[in-house]
Structure formats: structure tokens, C-alpha cells
Design a protein around this ligand. Structure first.
Ligand code: FES
Ligand code: FES
Length: 170
């Protein structure tokens, strides 16, 4: 089947019921998206589908044919990091790092629909689980990124600009 991933048409040979996560990781070598629980509970596998944050471990690959799929690999680059990635570094958010790509994708979807989120907005949207307890730093980094984008202090990558899509950290 044909998939649209990170702006490119990609062929995947998978049973239609295969979770998107495994197509990304095992077939397409997009290993930035992580497996944590497999039951939509932790958010480590969060990607964007048509701008919505979705948990790829419970998303059948057949359900995302023809949709715009974005993974952490498209959020920014080392040369041109996304505003959130810059904020993540500034706030020293990652500890072990395992949950962080999912956190970033959920945060990007949040900022797309709520450019200046309150603490309550962040707490409501960021249901991702971090076993290292980075929640306070995640919140600080989201505020920092929101402020940098609104002030124009941060110029993010063309593909790293806060996407003008809507979504939720479902
Ligand atoms: S691996 Fe998908 S939510 Fe935990
Ligand atoms: S940084 Fe270790 S699980 Fe979140």
C-alpha cells in the first residue's frame, strides 16, 4: 500500500491490520517513534496524522492510507531544530529520552491548535507518560517554545515550524 510519510510517498508491504508503529519502525526504519505499552496508554508512539496527534501502536496502517503522516524525523533537524526542540534543549527536558519523541509530537499538535497554552491546556493535552518524571520541564519547554514563536525570537525549520493543523494528544 502507498503511504504519505513526512511529505514523501512511500510503499509499505503490510497486512492492513498492522499497527502503523511497526510499519514505521520495522519497514521504513523510522525508529524515532518508540514502542512503550502497545495499548495507547503511554504516548511514546505518538505521530501526526493529518495534523492530529495519534498513538501509532493502536492505529491500523490501512486507516491512514491517503493521509498526511508525520513522524519525529520531520519535526526538525540538527541544523534547523523546531522551536520545541530548541526549548527542550534549553530546559534540559530529556532524561533517559525514551518518551521524548512522543512528548514532542504531542506538544507540536498542542501548539498548532493552541499557540499560547495555559498550564491547564498543557496538562489536559499532554497525557504522555514519562517514567523519568520530566513533566515540569516539559511544561516549561512548551511555554518557552510558545513564547519564542509568538515573539519571533525563534525561526524554526521550514518543516519544523509549528504546524498549522489541529490535533490532540489522544
Ligand atoms: S506504545 Fe503507543 S501509547 Fe504506548
Ligand atoms: S525521559 Fe525517560 S521516560 Fe521520559
Amino acid at each position: 500500500m502507498e503511504l504519505q510519510i513526512n511529505g514523501q510517498r512511500t510503499q509499505a508491504d503490510a497486512d492492513p491490520a498492522t499497527p502503523l508503529l511497526w510499519v514505521l519502525r520495522d519497514q521504513l526504519n523510522l525508529t524515532g517513534t518508540k514502542f512503550g505499552c502497545g495499548i495507547a496508554a503511554c504516548g511514546a508512539c505518538t505521530v501526526h496524522v493529518d495534523g492530529q496527534a495519534v498513538r501509532s501502536c493502536v492505529t491500523q496502517v490501512s486507516s491512514v492510507q491517503g493521509k498526511d503522516i508525520r513522524t519525529i524525523e520531520s519535526l526538525g533537524s540538527a541544523e534547523k531544530p523546531h522551536a520545541l526542540q530548541q526549548a527542550w534543549i534549553a530546559e534540559q527536558v530529556p532524561q533517559c529520552g525514551y518518551c521524548q519523541s512522543g512528548m514532542l509530537m504531542a506538544a507540536a499538535a498542542l501548539l498548532a491548535r493552541t499557540p499560547k497554552p495555559t498550564d491547564a491546556d498543557i496538562d489536559a493535552a499532554m497525557s504522555n507518560i514519562c517514567r523519568c518524571g520530566t513533566y515540569q520541564r516539559v511544561r516549561a519547554a512548551i511555554h518557552r517554545a510558545a513564547n519564542s514563536v509568538s515573539s519571533g525570537a525563534t525561526k524554526s525549520a521550514s518543516n519544523g515550524a509549528v504546524p498549522k493543523t489541529t490535533g490532540s494528544a489522544a
